[in-house]
Design a protein around this ligand. Sequence first.
Ligand code: DCS
Length: 485
Amino acid sequence: MAPAARVVTAESINPKVLQCEYAVRGEIVIHAQRLQQELQNKPGSHPFDEILYCNIGNPQSLGQQPITFFREVLALCDHPSLLDKTGIHALFSADAIARARQILDVIPGKATGAYSHSQGIKGLRDAIAAGISYRDGFPANPDDIFLTDGASPAVHMMMQLLIRSEKDGILCPIPQYPLYSASIALHGGSLVPYYLDESTGWGLEIAELKKQLDDARSKGVTVRALVVINPGNPTGQVLAEENQKQIVDFCKNEGLVLLADEVYQENIYVDDKKFNSFKKIARSMGYGDEDLPLVSFQSVSKGYHGECGKRGGYMEVTGFTAEVREQIYKAASVNLCSNISGQILASLVMNPPKIGDKSYESFNVEKQGILSSLARRAKALQDAFNSLEGVTCNKTEGAMYLFPCLHLPNRAIQAAKAVNAAPDMFYVRRLLDATGIVVVPGSGFGQVPGTWHIRCTILPQEDKIPAIISRLKTFHEAFMGEYRD
Ligand code: DCS
C-alpha cells in the first residue's frame, strides 16, 4: 500500500512560522551539539576537548552560581513545612526565612503549586512596584505590572496586541536581539529597521529614526512602536540620559508606543554610564501617563542573578487606556498565569536585601563578585578581539556580549561564496571546527549590508578566558594566513 500522504507538511504549516528565524539557537549551535556528541563518543576526535558555548546569554549553564539569598527564599516558599522544623535557623539566613514567610502570606493558600491571578500575585506586584519606585524615584502602580515567564512572552504579547497586518510596522534597532524580528514575523507585521552607528559606539541617532519612520510611512506602513534595547544586545552600549530624552520626545511627537527592553539594567561595567529607565526619564521630563504609551520589560534571566531557567520577568505597562489594559489582561488570562517561582524571583530581583539586612553583606559580595568578574571578562575579550588583524570591537559598556566587526579579506569572502555561506557564517563555522568556540554570526542580528560581525558572550568562567583568547588568536592568525589578499 502506498504510504498515506502526510497531513501536515512544511508547505502546509503557517508560513509565518517558516519565515521566523532565531540565530541564537540556530544552525551553528546544532553543529556544536553534534561535535560535542562526537567528542563524548570518541575523545580526541577533534582538535579541542570541549565545546565552549559563547553563543547564548545563559550564565548558569557555564558555571555561574545562583545568588544564595534568592535560592533560600525560593526553597522555603516551595517547601514551607521546612519553616516549622527545628534547626531551620542553622540552615537558612534569618532574613531569607522572614522574606519567605512574608511572600507565603501574600500567596493565596500559601501554595506555589496553585495558579495565581493572571497578572501575577498581587503582593508580589506590590513589592515590584515598590522596587521600581525606589529605583526611579517616581511612583509605580502594581496594577501596571504583568508578571510573565521571562521577557520573551511579554514581548510576544505586545506584538500580538499591536500588529494587525503586514501594514503595521515596528521600529527595531539593527543589530537587534532576534526575539524582535522573530516575534514580528510570527505575528505577521513588518520590521522597520533603524541602524545603530558602529563608528560612534553603536549610537542611536534620532535623524536615523526619523528617516526610517518617514520611509516606512511613505510605503503605506503604519508604524506603531519603537523598540529600544538598553543596555544593548548584541551591541552592549548604554544610552546616555540626553539621548533617552530625545527618544521619549520622538515617540511622543510621532505617536509611537515605546517598547523599552531593560532586561540588562543591572549589567553595566563602566563608571561613566548609569542605567536610567525610560519611565524615569519620561517622568523627569514632566510626562505623565497620558503623554506616552510605554512598556518596560524586565527579566530574572539577566543581571547578576542569571536565573534564565526559572522563567520570570514582568512588563510595566503605562500610558494605555483602561479599555486597552483590559484587553492586555484578557490576553494574559488566556495563559492563566506565569510560573510562581519566576514570580517570586522577579519580586526578589526588584527587592534584594538592603543594607542592614542579615544577608546583605554576603549577598553583596556574591553580586559584586559576579559583576566585577563580568567586567574583567568583557575587557579581556574586547582587548583580544581588538588585537586581531582586521577586527575592531566596540567597548561592552553593558549587557553580556561583544559584537566585533570582521574586516574579512576578499579571498575569504570568495571562499565563503564558493560554499554558499555568508562570510560571517563561514568564519564562525571554521572557528567552531578548529577551536570548539561557539559564537553567532552577525547576520542573525542584522548588520549594515556588506559588513560582517560575530556575537560572543562574556559568560565563560574567568579561568577559561585565557584559553579562549589564545585559541581565538591562533585560529585567527591561521585563517588570515590562509586568506589574506
Ligand atoms: N530581551 C533581550 C534584550 C534579551 O537579550 C533576552 C534574552 C530577552 C529579552 C528574553 O529573555 P527572557 O525571556 O529569558 O527573559 N537574551 C537571549 C540572548 O541573546 N542570549 O540568550 C538569550
